[in-house]
Design a protein around this ligand. Structure first.
Ligand code: PEP
Ligand code: MN
Length: 264
Protein backbone atom coordinates (compact mmCIF):
# COMPACT_ATOMS: atom_id res chain seq x y z
CA UNK A 1 0.00 0.00 0.00
CA UNK A 2 1.40 3.38 -1.00
CA UNK A 3 0.65 6.78 0.37
CA UNK A 4 -2.67 7.92 -1.03
CA UNK A 5 -3.66 11.58 -1.33
CA UNK A 6 -7.33 10.89 -0.63
CA UNK A 7 -6.37 9.64 2.82
CA UNK A 8 -6.66 13.10 4.28
CA UNK A 9 -9.77 14.17 2.37
CA UNK A 10 -12.00 13.60 5.42
CA UNK A 11 -9.84 15.97 7.47
CA UNK A 12 -9.49 18.60 4.73
CA UNK A 13 -13.27 18.55 4.26
CA UNK A 14 -13.68 19.75 7.87
CA UNK A 15 -11.87 22.99 6.84
CA UNK A 16 -10.59 23.58 10.35
CA UNK A 17 -8.53 26.64 11.23
CA UNK A 18 -7.08 24.80 14.23
CA UNK A 19 -5.83 21.27 14.88
CA UNK A 20 -8.51 18.58 15.03
CA UNK A 21 -9.56 18.14 18.67
CA UNK A 22 -11.00 14.94 20.11
CA UNK A 23 -11.86 15.37 23.80
CA UNK A 24 -14.00 13.86 26.51
CA UNK A 25 -13.53 11.48 29.42
CA UNK A 26 -11.29 8.43 29.44
CA UNK A 27 -14.37 6.40 30.42
CA UNK A 28 -18.08 6.98 30.20
CA UNK A 29 -19.09 6.47 33.86
CA UNK A 30 -22.73 7.52 34.10
CA UNK A 31 -25.20 9.17 31.75
CA UNK A 32 -25.08 12.34 33.88
CA UNK A 33 -21.26 12.49 33.81
CA UNK A 34 -21.12 12.03 30.04
CA UNK A 35 -23.75 14.69 29.35
CA UNK A 36 -22.28 17.18 31.83
CA UNK A 37 -18.85 16.98 30.20
CA UNK A 38 -20.33 17.13 26.70
CA UNK A 39 -22.34 20.27 27.50
CA UNK A 40 -19.20 21.96 28.83
CA UNK A 41 -17.30 21.09 25.65
CA UNK A 42 -19.95 21.88 23.08
CA UNK A 43 -19.05 25.53 22.43
CA UNK A 44 -15.30 24.96 22.28
CA UNK A 45 -12.91 23.88 19.51
CA UNK A 46 -13.71 20.21 20.21
CA UNK A 47 -14.64 18.39 16.97
CA UNK A 48 -15.32 14.91 18.32
CA UNK A 49 -16.54 13.94 21.79
CA UNK A 50 -14.72 10.84 23.01
CA UNK A 51 -15.72 8.44 25.79
CA UNK A 52 -14.45 4.88 26.28
CA UNK A 53 -17.21 2.36 26.94
CA UNK A 54 -15.22 -0.83 26.34
CA UNK A 55 -11.95 -0.44 28.23
CA UNK A 56 -9.41 -3.23 27.81
CA UNK A 57 -7.19 -2.83 30.90
CA UNK A 58 -3.76 -4.36 31.25
CA UNK A 59 -4.51 -5.92 34.65
CA UNK A 60 -7.91 -7.24 35.80
CA UNK A 61 -9.71 -5.61 38.70
CA UNK A 62 -9.91 -2.13 37.15
CA UNK A 63 -12.99 -0.50 35.66
CA UNK A 64 -13.49 -2.08 32.21
CA UNK A 65 -16.23 0.19 30.97
CA UNK A 66 -20.01 0.38 31.04
CA UNK A 67 -20.29 -1.51 27.74
CA UNK A 68 -23.03 -1.08 25.14
CA UNK A 69 -25.19 0.91 27.57
CA UNK A 70 -22.86 3.85 26.91
CA UNK A 71 -23.78 3.94 23.22
CA UNK A 72 -27.17 5.41 24.11
CA UNK A 73 -25.45 8.08 26.18
CA UNK A 74 -23.26 9.00 23.22
CA UNK A 75 -26.35 9.20 21.02
CA UNK A 76 -27.84 11.59 23.58
CA UNK A 77 -24.65 13.68 23.46
CA UNK A 78 -25.11 14.04 19.71
CA UNK A 79 -28.82 14.85 20.00
CA UNK A 80 -28.38 17.41 22.80
CA UNK A 81 -25.11 19.11 21.77
CA UNK A 82 -24.70 18.41 18.05
CA UNK A 83 -21.17 17.14 18.73
CA UNK A 84 -19.91 14.16 16.78
CA UNK A 85 -19.00 11.12 18.86
CA UNK A 86 -16.03 8.77 19.18
CA UNK A 87 -15.31 5.54 21.04
CA UNK A 88 -12.84 2.63 21.13
CA UNK A 89 -13.75 -0.70 19.56
CA UNK A 90 -11.88 -3.88 20.48
CA UNK A 91 -13.74 -6.62 18.59
CA UNK A 92 -16.22 -7.19 15.74
CA UNK A 93 -19.23 -7.08 18.04
CA UNK A 94 -18.20 -3.63 19.34
CA UNK A 95 -17.96 -2.47 15.72
CA UNK A 96 -21.43 -3.82 14.92
CA UNK A 97 -22.97 -2.10 17.92
CA UNK A 98 -21.10 1.19 17.41
CA UNK A 99 -22.15 1.37 13.75
CA UNK A 100 -25.75 0.55 14.69
CA UNK A 101 -25.69 3.52 17.08
CA UNK A 102 -24.17 5.85 14.50
CA UNK A 103 -20.92 6.59 16.33
CA UNK A 104 -18.98 8.91 14.00
CA UNK A 105 -15.39 7.96 14.77
CA UNK A 106 -14.07 4.62 15.97
CA UNK A 107 -10.55 4.01 17.20
CA UNK A 108 -8.55 0.86 17.74
CA UNK A 109 -6.75 0.95 21.09
CA UNK A 110 -3.08 0.28 21.75
CA UNK A 111 -3.80 -3.13 23.28
CA UNK A 112 -5.67 -4.23 20.16
CA UNK A 113 -3.22 -2.92 17.55
CA UNK A 114 -0.70 -5.48 18.82
CA UNK A 115 -2.93 -8.34 17.67
CA UNK A 116 -3.18 -8.86 13.88
CA UNK A 117 -6.16 -11.24 14.08
CA UNK A 118 -8.12 -8.78 16.24
CA UNK A 119 -7.26 -5.96 13.85
CA UNK A 120 -8.36 -8.14 10.91
CA UNK A 121 -11.63 -9.01 12.65
CA UNK A 122 -12.29 -5.30 13.24
CA UNK A 123 -11.31 -4.42 9.67
CA UNK A 124 -13.69 -7.08 8.29
CA UNK A 125 -16.54 -5.79 10.45
CA UNK A 126 -15.85 -2.23 9.24
CA UNK A 127 -15.54 -3.15 5.55
CA UNK A 128 -16.53 -0.19 3.37
CA UNK A 129 -17.67 2.03 6.24
CA UNK A 130 -17.83 5.79 5.78
CA UNK A 131 -17.06 6.38 9.46
CA UNK A 132 -13.65 7.68 10.51
CA UNK A 133 -11.32 4.97 11.82
CA UNK A 134 -8.16 5.82 13.76
CA UNK A 135 -5.48 3.35 14.81
CA UNK A 136 -3.49 3.92 18.00
CA UNK A 137 0.10 2.79 17.96
CA UNK A 138 0.66 -0.62 19.58
CA UNK A 139 1.68 -0.52 23.27
CA UNK A 140 5.19 -1.66 22.38
CA UNK A 141 7.51 0.29 20.07
CA UNK A 142 6.91 -1.83 16.97
CA UNK A 143 6.36 0.23 13.82
CA UNK A 144 5.52 -2.74 11.51
CA UNK A 145 2.58 -3.72 13.77
CA UNK A 146 1.22 -0.18 13.49
CA UNK A 147 1.74 -0.14 9.70
CA UNK A 148 0.20 -3.61 9.42
CA UNK A 149 -2.98 -2.45 11.14
CA UNK A 150 -3.28 0.50 8.74
CA UNK A 151 -2.75 -1.81 5.78
CA UNK A 152 -5.46 -4.22 6.99
CA UNK A 153 -7.97 -1.37 7.38
CA UNK A 154 -7.07 0.13 4.03
CA UNK A 155 -7.54 -3.27 2.38
CA UNK A 156 -11.06 -3.33 3.87
CA UNK A 157 -11.87 -0.26 1.81
CA UNK A 158 -12.06 2.15 4.72
CA UNK A 159 -11.42 5.58 3.21
CA UNK A 160 -11.44 7.82 6.28
CA UNK A 161 -8.35 6.60 8.07
CA UNK A 162 -5.85 8.10 10.49
CA UNK A 163 -3.52 7.24 13.34
CA UNK A 164 -3.14 8.22 16.97
CA UNK A 165 0.31 8.42 18.57
CA UNK A 166 -0.11 7.58 22.29
CA UNK A 167 3.46 6.66 23.20
CA UNK A 168 5.09 3.32 23.98
CA UNK A 169 5.48 1.34 27.16
CA UNK A 170 9.01 0.92 28.48
CA UNK A 171 10.85 -0.49 31.47
CA UNK A 172 13.19 2.51 31.48
CA UNK A 173 12.71 5.01 34.26
CA UNK A 174 11.14 7.99 32.53
CA UNK A 175 8.97 11.00 33.32
CA UNK A 176 6.39 9.73 30.82
CA UNK A 177 3.67 7.13 31.33
CA UNK A 178 4.38 5.98 27.77
CA UNK A 179 7.52 7.26 26.10
CA UNK A 180 6.72 9.33 23.00
CA UNK A 181 9.62 7.98 20.89
CA UNK A 182 8.79 10.72 18.38
CA UNK A 183 11.09 9.08 15.83
CA UNK A 184 8.58 6.25 15.29
CA UNK A 185 5.75 8.69 14.61
CA UNK A 186 8.01 10.64 12.25
CA UNK A 187 8.90 7.42 10.38
CA UNK A 188 5.21 6.68 10.00
CA UNK A 189 4.60 10.24 8.73
CA UNK A 190 7.42 9.77 6.24
CA UNK A 191 5.88 6.57 4.94
CA UNK A 192 2.33 7.96 4.79
CA UNK A 193 2.67 11.77 4.64
CA UNK A 194 -1.01 12.22 3.80
CA UNK A 195 -2.38 10.01 6.57
CA UNK A 196 -3.77 12.25 9.35
CA UNK A 197 -1.82 11.82 12.59
CA UNK A 198 -3.29 12.80 15.95
CA UNK A 199 -1.27 13.05 19.15
CA UNK A 200 -2.60 11.73 22.48
CA UNK A 201 -0.65 13.65 25.13
CA UNK A 202 -2.90 12.24 27.90
CA UNK A 203 -1.64 8.66 27.56
CA UNK A 204 1.92 9.76 26.75
CA UNK A 205 2.30 11.85 29.89
CA UNK A 206 -0.04 10.26 32.42
CA UNK A 207 0.03 13.66 34.16
CA UNK A 208 -2.11 16.65 33.36
CA UNK A 209 0.63 19.24 33.94
CA UNK A 210 2.76 17.82 31.11
CA UNK A 211 0.00 17.83 28.50
CA UNK A 212 0.65 21.31 27.14
CA UNK A 213 4.34 20.69 26.38
CA UNK A 214 3.75 17.36 24.62
CA UNK A 215 0.89 18.88 22.59
CA UNK A 216 3.14 21.75 21.51
CA UNK A 217 5.88 19.33 20.45
CA UNK A 218 3.33 17.39 18.39
CA UNK A 219 2.09 20.52 16.63
CA UNK A 220 5.67 21.62 15.97
CA UNK A 221 6.16 18.22 14.29
CA UNK A 222 3.16 18.91 12.03
CA UNK A 223 0.65 16.62 13.73
CA UNK A 224 -2.91 17.18 12.52
CA UNK A 225 -4.69 17.04 15.84
CA UNK A 226 -4.89 16.17 19.51
CA UNK A 227 -6.88 13.71 21.59
CA UNK A 228 -7.05 15.03 25.17
CA UNK A 229 -8.92 13.28 27.99
CA UNK A 230 -11.25 15.77 29.64
CA UNK A 231 -13.44 15.35 32.73
CA UNK A 232 -15.40 17.78 34.91
CA UNK A 233 -14.07 16.07 38.07
CA UNK A 234 -10.72 14.59 36.96
CA UNK A 235 -9.50 13.60 40.44
CA UNK A 236 -12.51 11.34 40.90
CA UNK A 237 -12.49 9.82 37.41
CA UNK A 238 -12.98 6.04 37.33
CA UNK A 239 -9.91 5.62 35.08
CA UNK A 240 -6.81 7.70 34.27
CA UNK A 241 -7.58 10.32 36.94
CA UNK A 242 -4.10 11.90 37.04
CA UNK A 243 -4.02 12.76 33.34
CA UNK A 244 -7.47 14.21 32.71
CA UNK A 245 -8.00 17.97 32.49
CA UNK A 246 -11.13 20.01 33.09
CA UNK A 247 -12.98 21.54 30.13
CA UNK A 248 -11.73 25.01 31.10
CA UNK A 249 -8.12 23.80 31.22
CA UNK A 250 -8.60 22.25 27.78
CA UNK A 251 -9.85 25.58 26.42
CA UNK A 252 -6.81 27.32 27.95
CA UNK A 253 -4.42 24.74 26.45
CA UNK A 254 -5.93 25.23 23.00
CA UNK A 255 -5.64 29.00 23.38
CA UNK A 256 -1.99 28.89 24.43
CA UNK A 257 -0.75 26.41 21.83
CA UNK A 258 1.21 27.93 19.00
CA UNK A 259 -0.39 26.57 15.87
CA UNK A 260 1.88 26.08 12.92
CA UNK A 261 0.48 27.48 9.70
CA UNK A 262 1.30 25.95 6.33
CA UNK A 263 3.28 29.05 5.35
CA UNK A 264 5.51 28.99 8.49
C1 PEP B 1 -7.93 5.41 26.02
O1 PEP B 1 -7.91 6.14 25.01
O2 PEP B 1 -8.60 5.67 27.04
C2 PEP B 1 -7.04 4.24 26.07
C3 PEP B 1 -7.31 3.20 26.82
O3 PEP B 1 -5.95 4.38 25.35
P1 PEP B 1 -4.75 3.40 24.92
O4 PEP B 1 -5.37 2.35 24.05
O5 PEP B 1 -3.87 4.37 24.21
O6 PEP B 1 -4.12 2.88 26.19
MN1 MN C 1 -7.53 6.66 29.19
Amino acid sequence: MENKKEMRAWLDDLQLDHPLVIAGPCSAETEEQVLKIAHELKDTDVNYFRAGIWKPRTRPGNFEGVGHLGLKWLQKVKAETGMKTATEVANANHVKLALAHDIDLLWIGARSTVSPFIVQEIADALEGTDKIVLVKNPVNPDLPLWLGAIERLYASNIQKLGVIHRGFSTYEKTKYRNKPKWQLAIELQTKFPDLPIINDPSHITGKRDMIFDVSQTALDLNFDGLMIETHTDPDNAWSDAAQQVTPSTLVQIMKDLKIRKETD
